[in-house]
Write a protein that binds this ligand. Structure first.
Ligand code: CIZ
Length: 300
């Protein structure tokens, strides 16, 4: 045990020329010490634009992979390699290839919450914020969409294209508690309701905004409401409360990602000290995955 991991982190981040990224689902003490807090793609892009030599990604594996895809010359550390994503893990290249074979006229679009291998086999990547725009912009009238069935269904309801949706789901979001949301709507009837598109459709029907974490920040910024119910992973409430201390937020749906909570101060300090565990990706695979991320940028 380190007597003072925060002091170690402060010393090491300077000596290593490191930036610490925290996804907005991370525990408060990790969000508090991070250089940047946000969504996975925004963080990866921000880090790629800095002069740092080391990126510590406090998040799940696909997020640290995305940082490495965009910053091949930097060392990317993921303090806990067992922090996985149930959504990214549910679709492998085999499943994607089977869908491509079944729908040969469709172009594959993958949600950023996917493995580097799936990104490399996709025509374009997307985020929850731009999924509809990407699907509308790819040069085909049919799309294979994965891995998230809820986001895919949301997109299919708002596009004229045929969307073949993979069956995958984020475990915490897809099993969110609707009765909890309904109870909180009754308790705070004047609150605006924001839900993530990874939640099931019943959640969207009750929401003022169906949007990803970045979209939630923008929604609150533009809104005059004082109270908000937040239908995504619980860590987002801390993020919103930090950004908007004069407003009130409550989580709704009881959405908790245990993998996101595996990272603690001890692990951040030891990964900075050891410069391990590192994300390593085969260079040819990384380049292919980067193409699908770049195509998303071109299309949006
Ligand atoms: O990709 C991300 O950052 C996730 C998991 C969610 C979001 O809505 O930004």
């Amino acid at each position: 045990m380190r007597p003072d991991p925060v002091a170690d982190i402060e010393r090491l981040r300077r000596s290593r020329n490191a930036v610490i990224l925290a996804h907005c689902y991370q525990p408060p003490e990790i969000q508090d010490l991070a250089d940047f807090v946000g969504d996975s793609l925004g963080l990866s892009r921000t880090a790629s634009e800095t002069e740092c030599e080391v990126i510590v990604f406090c998040g799940v594996r696909f997020m640290a992979e995305t940082a490495h895809i965009l910053s091949p010359d930097k060392i990317v550390l993921q303090p806990r390699t067992d922090a996985d994503c149930s959504l990214a893990d549910c679709m492998g290249v085999g499943e994607l290839s089977a869908m491509k074979e079944k729908h040969p006229d469709a172009l594959p679009v993958c949600y950023v919450n996917s493995s580097v291998e799936v990104k490399a086999e996709s025509y374009a990547c997307c985020t929850s914020a731009n999924a509809l725009k990407v699907v509308d912009s790819v040069p085909s009238s049919e799309v294979v969409f994965g891995p998230d069935r809820n986001l895919g269904t949301y997109v299919s309801r708002h596009t004229d294209k045929t969307v073949h949706v993979f069956r995958g789901a984020c475990e915490p979001h897809s099993t969110a508690d609707l009765a909890d949301l309904d109870r909180k709507i009754e308790e705070w009837p004047e609150a605006e309701v924001m839900v993530h598109p990874e939640t099931p459709p019943d959640f969207w029907d009750r929401a003022d905004a169906v949007t990803g974490t970045g979209g939630m920040v923008e929604w609150v910024e533009a809104s005059r409401a004082e109270r908000f119910l937040v239908g995504t992973e619980k860590g987002m409430v801390y993020r919103l409360q930090t950004l908007f201390p004069e407003r009130s937020f409550r989580e709704a749906g009881g959405i908790l990602c245990r993998d996101m909570k595996l990272i603690d101060l001890e692990h951040v300090a030891s990964s900075l000290g050891d410069l391990e565990p590192r994300i390593e990706i085969d260079e040819a695979l990384r380049k292919k995955a980067r193409e699908s991320v770049e195509r998303m940028v071109e299309l949006t």
